[in-house]
Design a protein around this ligand. Sequence first.
Ligand SMILES: Nc1ncnc2c1ncn2[C@@H]1O[C@H](COP(=O)(O)OP(=O)(O)OP(=O)(O)O)[C@@H](O)[C@H]1O
Ligand SMILES: [Mg+2]
Length: 369
Amino acid sequence: MIVLENLKKKYSETDRPAVNNLNLKIGEGETCVLVGPSGCGKTTTLKMVNRLIEPTEGTIYINDKDIREEDPITLRRGIGYVIQEIGLFPHMTIYENIATVPRELNWEENKIKDKVFALMELMDLDPDIYSKRRPGNLSGGQRQRVGVARAMAADPPVMLMDEPFGAVDPITRGRLQDEFLNMQEKFQKTIVFVTHDINEALKMGTKIAVMKDGKLVQYSTPDELLSQPENEFVEDLIGGDSTLKRLNLIAAREKMKDPLLTAFDDETVEEVRERVGTKPGNRIFVIDKNNHLLGYFPKVELKREGQVKEFIQPLKTTIADFTRLSEALSEMLDVGESSVCVVDEDDVLQGIVELQDIIEAAKSRDKGE
Ligand SMILES: Nc1ncnc2c1ncn2[C@@H]1O[C@H](COP(=O)(O)OP(=O)(O)OP(=O)(O)O)[C@@H](O)[C@H]1O
Ligand SMILES: [Mg+2]
């Protein structure tokens, strides 16, 4: 756990403080995102956590220990740091850059190699091509990814990441964010993550700290930030489409239900007619005996005679249980339907999300529930 207590940094007597009376508690395994305009004190805050800068006032504790009592070099080995200016060693190869801390820790070279190669793969950099190159022969976005790999190399329990994906194109950035979230789910590191981008903050953070002029404006979960912004500054930062952004935080699995209308492909229409009767809905979802979703049976065909499988219509779209409600909504609008089925990777039906559920989800959050 990281605790910042009454933290203040004045670079000079005359300037206003870069960080001003900041109090923040970051729980173990949490990703705290610092977000706010340029110059609000994000980098200064990070650098105080690994003692690259000493605070003017206040105290920082990591796992209940005042970091002033720790040797700065030892402290920094336990903290992965992705620097805003990337800061690779120009005369060293990419391999050597990433291997820096493991070598300081005297890991065996085999173990180092495995780790470096695995991290390069994770960051989408082919080790065969890039491991022997020097930073000068890489693009800005590639260098930035090397910086992230280097910070992760010794598996530090704490990571400080200063705009780690700022120089990467939007598509690669999205993929790296996803990889990072996967990794975080597994390893549960304690992370302080800096970004300008509110969407990145909402996606990556378990907690978001909004800063302005060195001060903390709001510290809350992404959902609270969207549903209960503290003031106009936070509202402006979020932008106009806060409801859609809220729907972007909720996965389909949280709101899906069992479909009301289903039929097996080997049933007769008559059997289905008797069972379904006057239940609401215009599509009856057809599954096989292993619950694979095959399509739908239009309810208007219930007056027909024959087998269900003769009348199956294909579905225009389905979603996964991790699909966000905003995307589910977009899928529904694309195909002009008011519901969408949730299936797993083998097309086994898991549930259904209806437009009404999405509207309810947006509403309930309006009340800040
Ligand atoms: N070494 C320094 N000496 C004097 N002032 C500094 C120094 N470093 C930063 N500052 C000032 O402190 C304030 C906070 O800077 P900081 O780098 O922490 O902002 P930031 O939130 O990281 O901004 P950005 O989003 O642009 O990276 C700014 O006004 C900056 O000019
Ligand atoms: Mg900065």
